[in-house]
Design a protein around this ligand. Structure first.
Ligand SMILES: [Zn+2]
Length: 431
């Protein structure tokens, strides 16, 4: 595809009007202020007037099949929400339920400009199938609740994960990546955690964890581990000596922030989920000031309840001004970097997340003709504070269109919606 005469956010997130951007295969091969000499080689010419071309978004922390629980567990404190609502519901979900719910999540993400997710859940083969069919990207980890004090090798998931790495890691021209998971300090015994870290290190993979989401989680961890916070504990067992995405990091102190920054941990901020479950406000300004890698996620649909990352982008750019009483913290540039480039890096995708020649064509196009885009004193500010996910008219992943003007080339949305609606009713009947 050749995007003609379109405004872009360049690799520094500066607005550049009247650009031609050419995509061949999975890669952006041309960016210029005039049409390339041999325009026909790019295939379809896309009229970019009145449109913005920017990097697609990367959802750095999700539980995609939890779309089945959208609106099911509301107005509850986190522990009751998890133990009384989410876990019993999830225990009834079949691999096929996971497939259809994941497909719905991917449709919703594509609709709102997301090309890739870091997804922590079960039913990895079904999620791989859904991602492959949608022609999107994902770093997938198989979730593990390891309450029993035994080595990782005695959990059946140990062999399953080895098989997933063999079969799926790097599949679909690298669009599928298999990560390892430690659900959280409070749900995993230490021996298992140490074993998982050793495997991740040996195989050169990545780790995806939850950490310091609630105040009580941190207090209980300190009681169990000689005063160590979850961040201190994970650091002590080597979890940050491998590439790691740590979701939440809400209740982190100065010492934790220094560890996260020094070790290059990717902190996945989930502002909607943290507010909805009343977990609190992560110290994102302090993390950024310390040089930490901050990316952005939606978390699961029982605590958000949507995959419109433009909403999370807006919240991230807004709420920390309120929580710190400082209107200068979190610039639009920092927020958009978290939602795009930093998310790509958190997935180990160094050639993704920017509109740049030689980079993978993970892109979204926004219609900027509407009233909320006028006037355009600063395009980046409009994207973050005035833009909506529904302004997205096209999402591209590795050069393939995955959403365009209401159509999903890799997803039969009508069928998916019918399956999901039927399956959530069945599960609730079984409970
Ligand atoms: Zn989560």
């Amino acid at each position: 595809m050749l995007f003609k005469d379109i405004t872009i956010l360049d690799e520094d997130f500066e607005a550049q009007p009247h650009r031609w951007v050419g995509v061949e295969g999975a890669v952006i091969t041309y960016i210029g202020d005039a049409a390339p000499a041999d325009a026909a080689r790019f295939g379809e010419a896309y009229d970019g007037r009145g449109k913005l071309l920017m990097p697609a978004l990367y959802n750095a922390h999700s539980h995609a099949p939890m779309t089945l629980l959208r609106g099911y567990a509301e107005n509850l404190p986190l522990q009751a929400w998890l133990e009384q609502k989410c876990w019993p519901f999830e225990a009834k979900m079949t691999p096929e339920d996971n497939y259809w719910a994941c497909k719905l999540a991917l449709a919703e993400m594509a609709r709102f400009g997301v090309a890739s997710m870091s997804d922590m859940y079960y039913a990895t083969p079904e999620r791989v199938q859904a991602v492959e069919e949608a022609h999107m990207k994902a770093n997938l980890c198989e979730g593990l609740l390891a309450f029993e004090p035994k080595p990782y090798s005695e959990y059946p998931i140990c062999q399953m994960n080895e098989q997933f790495v063999r079969e799926y890691n790097g599949a679909c021209d690298g669009r599928i990546v298999i990560d390892y998971n430690i659900h959280g300090e409070y749900t995993s015994n230490e021996q298992t955690c140490r074993d998982i870290v050793a495997i991740v290190k040996e195989k050169g993979l990545r780790l995806h964890i939850h950490a310091s989401e609630t105040r009580s989680e941190v207090e209980e961890c300190r009681g169990r581990h000689g005063g160590l916070s979850p961040i201190g504990y994970f650091d002590s067992i080597g979890a940050f000596d491998v590439p790691c995405t740590a979701a939440h990091c809400v209740w982190v102190d100065e010492g934790d922030i220094a560890i996260l920054a020094d070790k290059g941990v990717f902190v996945a901020n989930n502002p909607a989920s943290n507010m909805k479950l009343a977990s609190g406000f992560a110290p994102i300004p302090a993390l950024l000031a310390a040089g930490a890698n901050v990316c952005l996620g939606t978390d699961g649909m029982a605590s958000n309840n949507n995959h419109d990352m433009f909403k999370d982008l807006y919240l991230m750019a807004l709420i920390y001004k309120g929580s710190t009483l400082d209107p200068t913290v979190i610039t639009p540039r920092q927020a958009l970097a978290a939602a795009t480039r930093m998310g790509a890096l958190s997935q180990g995708r160094k050639d993704c997340g920017l509109v740049k020649e030689g980079f993978r064509a993970d892109l979204c196009v926004l219609d900027t003709d509407g009233p909320s885009w006028c006037p355009c004193n600063d395009l980046l500010t409009n994207v973050v504070y005035a833009g909506h996910g529904s302004d997205v008219v096209l999402t591209m992943c590795d050069g393939a269109v995955v959403y365009r003007d209401g159509e999903y080339p890799g997803i039969d949305l009508e069928r998916v919606e019918a399956e999901v609606a039927e399956r959530t009713v069945r599960i609730q009947r079984e409970l």
